[in-house]
Design a binder for this molecule. Sequence first.
Ligand SMILES: [Zn+2]
Length: 356
Amino acid sequence: MIVNCSFLVRENFEFIEEGHLIIENGVIADIGDGFLSEGINAEEYIVMPGLINAHTHIGDSFAKEASLGLNASEAVGKNGIKWGLYKGVNEQVLLNSMRDSARYMLNSGITTFADFREFGVDGINQLKIAIDGVPIKAIILGRDLDTVDMDICDGLGLNLYQLDQIPGDFKGRGNKIIAIHAGEAEGEVKIALKHNPDIIVHFTNCTEEDIKIAADKGISVIVCPRSNVSLGVGFPPVKKLLGKGVNLAIGTDNVMINSPDMFREMEFLLKFSFLGDEIEAKEILKMATINAAKALRLNSGIIERDKAADLIFIDKNASNLRYNKNLIATIINRCQPENIRKVMVDGKFVMDKDIW
Ligand SMILES: [Zn+2]
């Protein structure tokens, strides 16, 4: 039992100043209020759900800033420089860089990431080798796979020119997730929607009708604001999507373009929103936790009974965080990897910068 911590519980991040969590078999068995003398004393920490980075390409970690100044097509399009860079990379460097990114994510409070992994079965195996022993959860969305190979991953992560890889019948999908990149250019979202994916990544250039269709079909959207701005494609219509009831999550996209740091992504989204349609800090934190869990079919992203105990412990007294007037906005705007002192995955501490 973890006692005397502050925590953000349930769907609306209700703040409990001093309480306890009972964790059994990797899940949250109970949540309680008030001081207790027995248990693991966590009075120094604010405990919240682990972050979920809902869209990455950690395979690009060996080429940070290689595409600086290029547009989306020049950087990551069908003939973008990304593919040439892969041809020249030493495999050990590729694996080491992917492993670095997985460790960086865990260290900065991300307990699950969902990766679009290119290069078929070989690409998936490389990712598995690279993160072997790093206790972060990975949702792997592959491509260029035979139906039989779908068993080695969690679904497909496709570009628009690969939609013929989606199994024709619904049964063929099984319980696999189908996710499609669309909306970096105009007209793309409409094409993706026709294929009834579970997830559309970006949705940046879209119409009111596209938003309505996504809402009606229950398609989740994952936005990548820093990536979109870096590649000059625009800014995702987050407020409109939320307004129509679309389930919305956030991803940091290619490591070539962005650090896989969800706090930086959330801060950017919050601050940029003040130029247009303001988004509440709480909505942004939901996008990085509970909404992402819904999109990826995870039993996590929330401190609630029977949910996986994927939790992060933030230093409550850190000099860059204390004396705040809006805790959630302070976490989004100011939290750094060093403020995440402990990470728990499935009820086990997997990272601890302050040994008890
Ligand atoms: Zn992407």
